[in-house]
Write a protein that binds this ligand. Structure first.
Ligand code: ZN
Length: 332
């Protein structure tokens, strides 16, 4: 993510625009209105182990830079496969045409089958910023935090008979621009996977795509995003409220944020980007070598991970017919 006045700006934001997210619910917000959730088909509330999540983030940062095509990313791929070795894992390899030539990229997808017909996809990008490849940039928050978080979520799904929807974890390559952010030079992995899933019919089965990005910052403040699907964001906020974490969510709204959720939104999938794009005073740590572990906290991983798991529970508890499929408010 990039925010600010540089050429690769990806979003603008208006502070405190939404202080009461339920003040003006959209017509599609009905599934989020059911406050009573049965413990039955939705299953019990799950929580991540933040100590393990923190260790995963540390391990990933220790690999060093992990830009698309780098040795570091190769090692990260091996690390993910090792951590997911007892799970159903697939690779989606492809060649991306970039302003710097052809890059071999790969998404890694871990599938946890559920009993209900339908899929909830959780996403994170695994690449670090390419233009910073000759620096010490390690992307502790921007890349590692959400990737480690998905591994910690996998720990909670593994070995359980999921009564609800299947949950797929999508580790996405090539989120970052190779040169300067444009629609063509960005989101390589998510664009490829969204297209593939549209062609093979998977898209129709996806009930929700929840993206995590830059969620490790110790001063966590996740923004509402106008390109996300309102009813799904309402559901995320309700999940946060159930856990007492609502003060970390949606005090500000992002406009025209571009991230890995967009290709899925364009394909008709309900999406929510769970992101805190303000990283440091005046966004000082974002896309700089200051994006290091000492800015993050296990608590922020706990908050985000538990809210994602609770959102899954709410999705499972919602009646099938009440989950709208059409996205709203897409970028033109
Ligand atoms: Zn980035």
């Amino acid at each position: 993510m990039v925010l600010g006045c540089d050429a690769s700006k990806k979003a603008t934001a208006v502070g405190s625009e939404v202080s009461t997210p339920y003040a003006a619910p959209s017509p599609q917000s009905s599934p989020a209105d059911q406050t009573a959730v049965s413990a039955g088909p939705a299953g019990p509330a799950l929580h991540i182990d933040s100590t393990r999540a923190w260790q995963y983030v540390k391990d990933i940062v220790a690999i060093g830079p992990r830009w698309s095509g780098s040795k570091g990313q190769q090692r990260l791929g091996e690390y993910l496969h090792a951590k997911l070795k007892s799970d159903q894992v697939e690779e989606d390899a492809f060649v991306a045409d970039t302003p710097e030539g052809k890059f071999t990229m790969r998404n890694i997808i871990a599938k946890f089958p559920g009993k209900k017909d339908g899929i909830i996809v959780l996403g994170s990008h695994i690449d670090t910023n390419y233009p910073l490849r000759n620096t010490s940039f390690v992307g502790a928050n921007d890349g590692a935090s959400s990737t480690g978080l998905l591994l910690a979520i996998a720990d909670q799904l593994r070995g359980k008979k999921l009564e609800g929807y299947s949950v797929w974890l999508a580790f996405l390559d090539g989120e970052e621009a190779i040169r300067d952010w444009t629609d063509e030079d960005s989101l390589y992995g998510s664009r490829h996977l969204a297209q593939k899933w549209q062609q093979d019919g998977t898209t129709k089965k996806i009930k929700a795509f929840l993206l995590a990005d830059m969620i490790g910052y110790a001063d966590l403040d996740i923004q509402r995003d106008t390109h996300s699907t309102p009813w799904l964001e309402d559901m995320v906020f309700r999940a946060a409220t159930h856990l007492g974490y609502q003060s970390y969510f949606f005090s500000q709204t992002l406009h025209d944020l571009k991230d890995d959720h967009l290709p899925f939104a364009r394909a008709g999938v309900p999406v929510a980007d769970i992101i805190d794009i303000y990283y440091g005073y005046n966004n000082a740590y974002h896309h700089t070598i200051e994006d290091t572990l000492d800015k993050l906290s296990p608590k922020s991983l706990q908050i985000t991970g538990d809210v994602i798991l609770e959102t899954i529970r709410l999705l499972n508890a919602s009646a099938e017919s009440s989950l709208p499929s059409a996205p709203q408010r897409l970028p033109s």
